[in-house]
Ligand binder design. Structure first.
Ligand SMILES: CC(C)(COP(=O)(O)OP(=O)(O)OC[C@H]1O[C@@H](n2cnc3c(N)ncnc32)[C@H](O)[C@@H]1OP(=O)(O)O)[C@@H](O)C(=O)NCCC(=O)NCCS
Length: 155
């Protein structure tokens, strides 16, 4: 399916449905959805099928704060395309590093980021707690949603 990547000019909240593909805490989502810049993946009929949000954390570091594709277009290279696009934008803006985090329980995502050139930096235990607004008892493939893995990549 032909898909293009472009910066989203409207309010990020228009894309809350896509952010919710990956964020299970509404409280947390509200703290960051308006930040930074967002790129979307769009089909040739104009439908948005995914997004990437990047937030500058300091002069040299951009964080990929949110990334998701709708299920029907996953595993076709579009996650990687969005990440490569963001890495290039970060480089052009003078950053030297892109960071990202995911759930340790999501083994597929751990593979995805490493296949896209990211390396692990550290683990934050118990990042996905009820205190942060995550429902109790969430699991991914039988693994409790609990710890958070951080990655980085030079750009
Ligand atoms: C994670 C996500 C963005 C990946 O995007 P994608 O378009 O499906 O990934 P790509 O097709 O670009 O895959 C790039 C590589 O990662 C691998 N990969 C992607 N998802 C994977 C998974 N779930 N399990 C194993 N490998 C995976 C691909 O096989 C490919 O590897 P290859 O180079 O060996 O062929 C997408 O699956 C998604 O939206 N998931 C739900 C939301 C989410 O978890 N977002 C990330 C939160 S941190």
């Amino acid at each position: 399916m032909p898909i293009t990547v472009e910066e989203y000019a409207g309010p990020h909240r228009d894309l809350a449905w896509s952010f919710r593909e990956v964020e299970h805490s509404e409280r947390l989502l509200n703290t960051y959805i308006d930040l930074g810049r967002v790129w979307v993946a769009r089909t040739d009929s104009g439908e948005i099928v995914g997004h990437l949000q990047a937030v500058a954390r300091d002069a040299r570091t951009w964080e990929v704060a949110s990334l998701a594709l709708v299920e029907s277009v996953r595993r076709q290279g579009w996650g990687r395309r969005l990440l490569e696009h963001a890495a290039e934008q970060a480089r052009q803006a003078g950053a030297s590093r892109v960071i990202v985090s995911t759930a340790a329980a999501d083994v597929g995502n751990l593979r995805f980021y490493q296949r896209c050139g990211f390396r692990m930096t550290h683990v934050v235990r118990d990042a996905f707690t009820a205190y942060q607004g995550y429902p109790d008892g969430l699991e991914i493939d039988g693994i409790p949603l609990r710890d958070q893995v951080w990655f980085d990549r030079r750009v």
